[in-house]
Ligand binder design. Structure first.
Ligand SMILES: Cc1ncc(COP(=O)(O)O)c(C=O)c1O
Length: 372
């Protein structure tokens, strides 16, 4: 059996070790350490925002962002059904109601016209989620939000280094969130960050992530917060990774080019577009969708690839088909065919930062072998 190709392997051969050693040597390992502030400042500057608030993961970043907006209980927040559970759970934990839209069958992203159809007098915000490396077409959504007085929470968890009309993803929401999980273009092991230009929102995020301790009376609380703090160790790794974001983004674009080139002529498979009139795909992950000519689904394709030692991951399962959310009485009778098709027919190939051209060759040969 040929060498195993993992679905993700990060690259940690920059300054990560040196910065971690600095943490150990100085004793600064908690969230009070200097790498946390450095990460917040450098990351915010990188995405053109005034403030960055580092937290312990991307899910916490979304929860913190929406909690800071203080949306009234029972408000509706529109999000794509084709996303990770973190988006719906953040909305629910903020006391709001998730309202989902289908995605575009070609871009796999949510569209403004789908959002517009679901706006009601109770809608207070739109959670825009960029999927798998291709930015959402933001201008029509931002126009809609401003015309209807809706807040934008931008989930840019997967889109480090991407831009829309030349402006960084993460700079469009009233408040935006990123993840630093190891499959992201910048990792901290575990981590996330909230970015915003709004002084009050940033201050509120800082308080919420740190148990709402008060400056004067530390252990007297007016509000309940969370412990969402990021350690200096995590921030040290993220700072070293951020130094290489341009190189990492170029690497992943090259990965996408190679996959598209080597799989381009294979019948029965679809990919997310490499570019749109407004953005370039940064290929957070490289996904495939089996069209109706393939007589089996993603589960079977993934099983066959696993047999050839190629690790893959399924696509997101839509929010409107989540048992836990259906049991809450949400999304009764809803059907969103584009997302349902992606969930059943889509999966992604090895896409980590350390992936080599030789591994891509091997993966694409395996894909050709398992397809009829
Ligand atoms: C779109 C999106 N939002 C949020 C998250 C949550 O980030 P984390 O895994 O760091 O909690 C992810 C994770 O991959 C994601 O893809």
């Amino acid at each position: 059996m040929k060498d195993f190709v993992p679905v993700n392997e990060p690259l940690l051969d920059g300054n990560e070790k040196q910065y971690l050693t600095e943490c150990i040597d100085t004793g600064w390992i908690s969230s009070e350490g200097p790498f946390v502030t450095r990460l917040e400042e450098e990351f915010a500057a990188r995405v053109g925002r005034k403030h960055g608030v580092a937290v312990c993961n991307g899910t916490a970043a979304l929860e913190c962002a929406i909690a800071a907006l203080a949306i009234p209980a029972g408000s509706e927040v529109i999000l794509p059904t084709f996303t990770i559970i973190s988006c719906a759970s953040a909305i629910l934990r903020a006391g709001a109601i998730p309202v989902v839209v289908d995605c575009d069958p070609v871009s796999w992203n949510m569209r403004a016209d789908q959002i517009e159809e679901r706006i009601t007098p109770r809608t207070k915000a739109i959670m825009v989620v960029h999927i798998y490396g291709l930015p959402v077409d933001l201008d029509p959504i931002l126009g809609l939000a401003s015309a209807r007085g809706l807040k934008i929470i931008e989930d840019s968890a997967e889109l480090h280094g991407a831009s829309y009309h030349g402006k960084p993803c993460g700079s469009f929401g009233d408040i935006s969130a990123f993840s630093f999980y190891p499959n992201k273009h910048v990792t901290a092991g575990e981590g996330g960050i909230v970015v915003t230009n709004d002084d009050a929102l940033a201050e509120r995020c800082r308080s919420l992530r740190n148990l709402c301790f008060q400056a004067g009376k530390r252990f007297v609380h007016e509000e309940l917060g969370w412990n969402w703090r990021m350690s200096n160790l995590q921030a040290a790794v993220a700072v070293a990774q951020l130094e290489r974001l341009d190189e990492f983004t170029a690497r992943k674009k090259q990965m996408g080019r190679l996959y598209r080139e080597l799989l381009g002529g294979v019948p029965g498979i679809e990919f997310q577009p490499e570019r749109t009139p407004f953005a370039e795909n940064i290929n957070w992950v490289f996904g495939l969708v089996l069209d109706s000519s393939i007589p089996f689904d993603a589960v079977e394709a993934m099983r066959r690839l696993a047999g050839l030692n190629v690790q893959t991951r399924p696509f997101f399962w839509p929010m409107h088909e989540q048992p836990v959310l259906r049991r809450m009485g949400l999304f009764a009778g809803e059907s969103h065919p584009a997302a349902e098709r992606l969930a059943r027919r889509g999966f992604y190939l090895p896409s980590g930062m350390a992936l080599t051209a030789a591994q891509i060759d091997r993966v694409t040969a395996a894909v050709r072998q398992v397809l009829p």
